[in-house]
Write a protein that binds this ligand. Structure first.
Ligand code: PRP
Length: 215
């Protein structure tokens, strides 16, 4: 916290951002600047010593890990895929979804001895899942709209995020197994946790109080 005694938090842009802002507002933080961000990526919270940085999920981890951000809010999906070193201090309870193994409706995924091909945006998560089963599979990394891979015949199955299940359904796919549960997490840089203990503990306590109120 080199920065005039202000903590810096990296927030994941997209689906988690609105929920993060909702949480902060309920904690008493004035989030007006983040609610109307324009193209600006760094926003000072006027009534709390915190600057918010808007970043893509994998970059949230990178910034926190390198200590240029003290804190971060990121999905467990990205944490499971990227791993690396930081403290995961709170399950924030929003952004809930799951990783599932899904196949084309009617296909018998386990009914063959041939090596299965698995498409995923999360190759490490997929690899770990099948390693645990002792199953040898080929993993194909896809950047998005992974549901296309089985439709086009590129893969026998996908490991992907399922939230409502609509994307799978509308593409003729069915989930056959849960891989992991996902939700937004508060992460903290390991050095910041020691160096700015008081400030970080105050922030965590405010988060916890709001989460308890919601429970
Ligand atoms: C995610 C995920 C699924 C979809 C699941 O994709 O990869 O495609 O959401 O949501 P549902 O169960 O509610 O239908 P995202 O929209 O993030 O885009 P992507 O496919 O380009 O990664």
């Amino acid at each position: 916290m080199n920065r005039e005694n202000r903590l810096r938090i990296a927030l994941t842009k997209g689906r988690l951002l609105d929920k993060s802002v909702e949480l902060f507002t309920a904690m008493g933080l004035d989030c007006t600047p983040i609610e109307h961000p324009g193209r600006r990526l760094v926003h000072a919270i006027p009534n709390y010593p915190l600057d918010a940085v808007l970043a893509k999920a994998p970059d949230v981890i990178t910034y926190v890990e390198h200590g240029v951000c003290d804190l971060g809010i990121v999905g467990k999906d990205t944490i499971l895929e990227q791993g690396r070193t930081f403290y995961e201090v709170l399950d924030l309870g929003f952004g809930k979804c799951r990783f599932a193994l899904a196949v084309k409706e009617g296909s018998d995924f386990y009914g063959t001895y041939q090596t299965r091909r698995i498409a995923s945006k999360y190759p490490n998560v997929a690899r770990a899942f099948f390693e645990k089963k002792g199953m040898d599979v080929d993993i194909i990394k896809i950047e998005g709209s992974v549901e296309l891979a089985p439709i086009l015949g590129l893969a026998d199955a996908i490991v992907d995020i399922v939230e409502t299940g609509a994307t799978l359904r509308e593409n003729g796919l069915v989930p056959i197994e849960d891989v992991a549960q996902v939700s937004a997490r508060l992460i903290v840089n390991t050095a910041s946790m020691k160096l700015h203990k008081e400030a970080i503990e105050d922030f965590i306590a405010r988060c916890e109080a709001e989460l308890e109120r919601r429970a």
